[in-house]
Write a protein that binds this ligand. Structure first.
Ligand SMILES: C[S@@+](CC[C@H](N)C(=O)[O-])C[C@H]1O[C@@H](n2cnc3c(N)ncnc32)[C@H](O)[C@@H]1O
Length: 237
């Protein structure tokens, strides 16, 4: 893991918080408007959760959308200005917290659904995924939406590696670029297998007119770990 890159990821969200809040709330990102916002909401609703944790919640739009439907929602994010913006808009509970604060995360309790919407950005999400998997209720699911590697790859080789997001296509007010870790589909699959998560469903929301894939959307269940525990219990008991 590159600590310097993680620091730069955090710094970019601190610096770009106002521009991000504005563009999200104005519906300025086409892929979100036409497909990916609805896709994550629908995938979460399919789990019928009573309580949801939104990890890397940003300015809180997803928390508000779910809370409007009567769901209890907690959002966490490491960017103070984004948590301030989320709290100002209300609707859910918002906590300033980094993914590295595993104890603080666990202290939030158990959730029927945990969502990470375009919020896994570095090269080692495994420790976070372990923590989140352990925070799910018995029938709980982890929902991860991320950029579609086919669309996000651009002209670079199709292999894992650090990339740089300039936000040039977003809005001129994004002052600070952000490193992010590109992952192939094979790499996502290996990551989930290594963290004991079973892919229950993989969706590829597409652009309604152009047909281009806009994201990968995984519904994950804590498969291996629990199966292994059950197996151990039945063979020893
Ligand atoms: C692309 S934004 C997505 C925000 C929100 N999920 C949404 O859909 O609008 C990524 C978010 O992840 C948060 N984030 C990234 N790394 C984080 C970390 N290590 N700890 C806490 N939050 C983090 C950022 O602060 C930012 O708000």
């Amino acid at each position: 893991v590159s600590d310097a890159r993680r620091d730069r990821i955090a710094a970019s969200w601190r610096d770009n918080a106002a521009a991000w809040t504005r563009i999200v709330r104005e519906g300025g990102i086409e892929s979100r408007r036409v497909a990916t916002d609805a896709a994550i909401c629908t995938a979460i609703r399919a789990v019928s959760p009573r309580c949801v944790l939104d990890v890397g919640c940003g300015e809180g739009w997803l928390c508000r959308a779910l809370a409007r439907e009567g769901t209890d929602v907690v959002g966490i994010d490491a960017a103070p200005a984004l948590i301030d913006a989320a709290r100002a808009a209300g609707g859910a509970r918002f906590e300033l917290m980094s993914y590295a604060q595993a104890d603080a995360l666990r202290g939030l309790g158990a959730f029927d659904a945990i969502a990470c919407n375009f919020a896994l950005l570095d090269d080692d999400p495994a420790p976070l995924l372990h923590t989140l998997a352990a925070m799910l209720t018995a029938d709980g699911a982890l929902l991860i939406q991320t950029v579609h590697p086919w669309t996000a790859c651009g002209d670079a080789p199709y292999r894992d590696g650090w990339r740089e997001e300039s936000f040039a296509g977003f809005d001129a007010r994004f002052a600070t670029s952000m490193p992010w870790y590109f992952r192939t589909l094979q790499s996502w699959s290996a990551l989930f297998a290594a963290t004991g998560l079973r892919v229950e469903r993989l969706q590829e929301p597409t652009h309604p007119e152009r047909g281009t894939p806009l994201s990968l959307l995984f519904t994950l269940r804590p498969g291996h770990a629990r199966d292994a525990a059950r197996l151990t219990a039945s063979t020893t008991g």
